[in-house]
Design a binder for this molecule. Sequence first.
Ligand code: ZN
Length: 274
Amino acid sequence: MPELPEVESVRRTLMPRIQGRRIAKVEAREGKLIRPSLKVFRKGLTGRQVLGSERRGKLLMLGLEGGAFLAVHLGMTGQLIMAAHRPQADHLHVVIGFEDGGESLFYRDVRRFGFLAFCPDRAALLAGPLANYGPDALGMADALFVERLAGRRTPLKSLLLDQRALAGVGNIYADEALHRAGLSPCARAADLDRADLLRLHEALQETLAESLERGGSSVRNFVDAEGRPGTFQEAHRVYRRTGQPCPACGATVEKIVLAGRSTHFCPRCQPAPR
Ligand SMILES: [Zn+2]
């Protein structure tokens, strides 16, 4: 499912094609994908110009004229695709057309765990889609990372997935960062020293940056706004590589379930905490 690098790849490919354009038409159906209601959503978006964009964690926010926002969460299988004509695909749930008659924005979502929300102002964004989001993980300062994790007694894997601690890391980048840092997913931040946490932070930033350079990871059906998949999945060291050799030491990658999530790790590079 799309995590920080994937959502950022969508943002970067979407903006040149959408910025400055005025929304003329919104096609959607009432349902859980559209917030707060179809009526408010359609009325709020129609006639507004797209001015800019922000991202916090896995949430993409398009800044609209008049201080409003369109917040988009891709859930598990959401795709935002720009195209001149309706793509030959099923599960297209939202179409946003523009006044200039150029490319439209299509939202496709097979599993329908994503959402699109109209927020009239920043207060509505903060109280709604952004509630319970910690600071964005990308480019976070060392001191802030240590502050968010230090002393916590939950396993590192669960802590990295906690969007209130830091926003944007999901299953892929948690497993990959822990492997690079040589830390067990079961270790507790409270038992680590500052040097361990800084090593984890460096590993996380490297993993996110490398993935961004390669357009993200396409594990299920991820594509950017131009319809292109990412290639970082080819560089994964442990994620979904159960039974294969660890690229660092050759030991067999193992999988356990931690906090209800599949967790991939190398038992030699990431020994269990004593
Ligand atoms: Zn290893």
